[in-house]
Write a protein that binds this ligand. Structure first.
Ligand code: NAD
Length: 513
């Protein structure tokens, strides 16, 4: 079995093509949440480093190292041919795939997620870079040839500019890969701030984009805390857009910070996703999906199916079966190939989960399984937990716990299921299990969420857009629509032939025309 490294990995930050220390010279370390040893040693950036990174991204967008050597029509990164940008993005995808095992190992050490799952995530990340590469040659606007014989209208799609990208700790490489290659495909430049808890693979990605031939300054990676680095990116006047993934509370702060120059803001936020099981479902398949849906990544997942809505006629039997299956889920060392539920990311998150488990008990839900921290010499582990008899008004039915805790709410009719599903402030995703086509589509239409899974759960494809309704977010990632998120529209109107529709034409100018 793999073991943690003897020494922590030592990293630098990427600013303007250089691997640098923080200007302050400060560094910090991260301990593995499962093993209690230092696994990463990183520069600790502040506003000074952030400003340097934004300046580099701005220059690479406006002038670019290419401008000095190339003709105007080839220009800096935003003007590079789509085909050439595609080649670079494909090379990054290959580099991720080739380093899959190392990247997965780093993510396990920093996040506590299971190694087999981490490897799959690296594969998915490579797929995102490939898909984005394929889009670089399909970025186009519109033309209007219907405005009269003397007028042509064009709508160009142009990159939005410098994009600040702020990411969370739960899927570090996957989430930056939902943003960065799509922004690069359009010609944007970027300042990336990974979570301070899990920056390792994003910093490695910096090497890959360099080696793939990305011009200096197009991607900059600053490593540090939300305050001051994330805040500075959010308020910086030279940043045109923020693409943020994280909690709803911080998402709102990003909107506040971005007001100064009216940045475009895209937010991928939290969820309290209903997983709905009707009595006519394929029960065996639903059971597996419910257990996977809530315990995957220790429940530290925006798409976690953390609310089980189950039809009352099967509720008792189904919940008993969930409890039995959850009891046997392998929890433990995330470097063990057999582990399905690893460590909780840090003490703060552990405390938050335990306080929600207390709230569930205090408010009268029945603890059907788990509810305790698992004793461990070094790591933070929580038992897979099930609360039955939950009502929609209870805290554990409304708030995002971000841990391995399932809240079971029974319902009678499809209408009631829709009403309960829609009764939180979120609207990220939902799953539903039924053999009735009518029920499947009527409930899908009724639920206000960005993604609905029918007879499956938590699949994802680069082709399919992803994002939230309500307080789960603003905008969409992935799919062709991602190109729209990272582009501006420019309207060009061209008059053709001799002008005849004069506004004011004194006779004495006749001689000149
Ligand atoms: P978080 O909001 O605490 O932090 C996210 C990022 O924002 C981190 O890089 C952090 O350093 C930075 N940050 C913190 N304060 C900031 C500030 N004031 N200004 C700017 N940046 C700041 O979230 P987290 O704990 O890292 O991640 C968990 C949350 O992310 C959950 O709510 C989860 O649902 C959400 N999430 C959503 C999606 C999605 O696609 N919708 C995906 C993964 C995670």
């Amino acid at each position: 079995m793999l073991r943690p490294p003897a020494e922590p990995y030592r990293y630098h930050m990427l600013i303007n093509g250089q691997w640098v220390e923080a200007a302050s010279g400060q560094r910090y370390r991260r301990e593995s949440p499962a093993h209690g040893v230092a696994v990463g040693d990183y520069p600790l950036a502040d506003a000074v480093d952030t400003d340097a990174a934004v300046a580099a991204a701005r220059r690479a967008f406006d002038e670019g190292p290419w401008a000095a050597r190339r003709a105007f029509d080839e220009g800096p990164w935003p003007h590079m041919q789509g085909a050439e940008r595609a080649r670079i993005l494909y090379r990054v995808a290959e580099a991720i795939r080739a380093a899959k095992d190392d990247l997965a190992y780093i993510e396990v050490l920093e996040s506590g997620k299971p190694i087999s799952q981490a490897r799959d995530e690296m594969e998915s990340a490579a797929g995102l870079w490939e898909y984005a590469a394929s889009l670089t040659r399909h970025i186009y606007g519109e033309t209007y040839n219907t405005l009269g014989s003397d007028m042509l209208g064009l709508i160009l799609r142009e990159p939005v500019g410098v994009v600040g990208m702020i990411t969370p700790w739960n899927f570090p490489l996957l989430i930056i890969s939902q943003k960065l290659p799509f922004a690069l495909a359009t010609g944007c430049t970027a300042v990336v701030k990974p979570s301070e808890l899990t920056p390792g693979t994003t910093l490695r990605l910096g090497k890959f984009v360099q080696e793939a031939g990305l011009p200096d300054g197009v991607v900059n990676i600053v490593n540090g805390y939300g305050v001051p680095v994330g805040v500075r990116i959010g308020e910086h006047p030279d940043v045109n857009m923020i693409s943020f993934t994280g909690s709803t509370a911080v998402g709102k702060q990003v909107i506040e910070a971005s007001k100064g120059n009216l940045k475009r803001v895209a937010l991928e936020l939290g969820g309290k996703n209903p997983h709905i099981v009707f009595a006519d479902a394929d029960i065996e398949a639903a059971l597996d999906a419910v257990v996977f849906g809530v315990y995957f990544n220790s429940g530290e997942c925006c798409n976690s199916g953390s609310r089980l809505l189950v039809q009352r006629s099967i509720a008792d039997t189904f919940v008993n079966a969930v409890v039995e299956r959850a009891r046997s889920v392998p929890v433990g060392d995330p470097l063990d190939e057999k582990t399905k539920v690893g460590a909780i990311v840090n003490a703060a998150q552990l405390n938050k989960i335990m306080s929600y488990i207390d709230a569930g008990q205090r408010e009268g839900a029945r603890l059907a399984l788990g509810g305790k921290q698992i004793p461990s010499e070094h790591g933070s582990f929580v038992e897979p937990t099930v609360f039955a008899g939950v009502t929609p008004a209870m805290t554990i039915a409304r708030e995002e716990i971000f841990g391995p805790v399932l809240s079971v709410v029974p319902f009678d009719t499809a209408e009631e299921a829709i009403a309960i599903a829609n009764s939180t402030m979120y609207g990220l995703s939902a799953g539903l299990w039924t053999r009735s086509v009518d029920t499947a589509f009527q409930v899908s239409r009724g639920i206000r969420a960005g993604t609905i899974w029918i007879n499956t759960f938590m699949d994802g494809y680069p082709e399919l857009s992803f994002g939230g309704y309500n307080q789960s977010g603003l905008g969409r990632e992935l799919g062709r629509v991602a190109i729209e998120e990272f582009t501006e529209l420019k309207t060009i109107q061209v008059h053709l032939g001799k002008r005849t529709n004069w506004w004011h034409r004194p006779g004495h100018l006749d001689a000149l025309t």
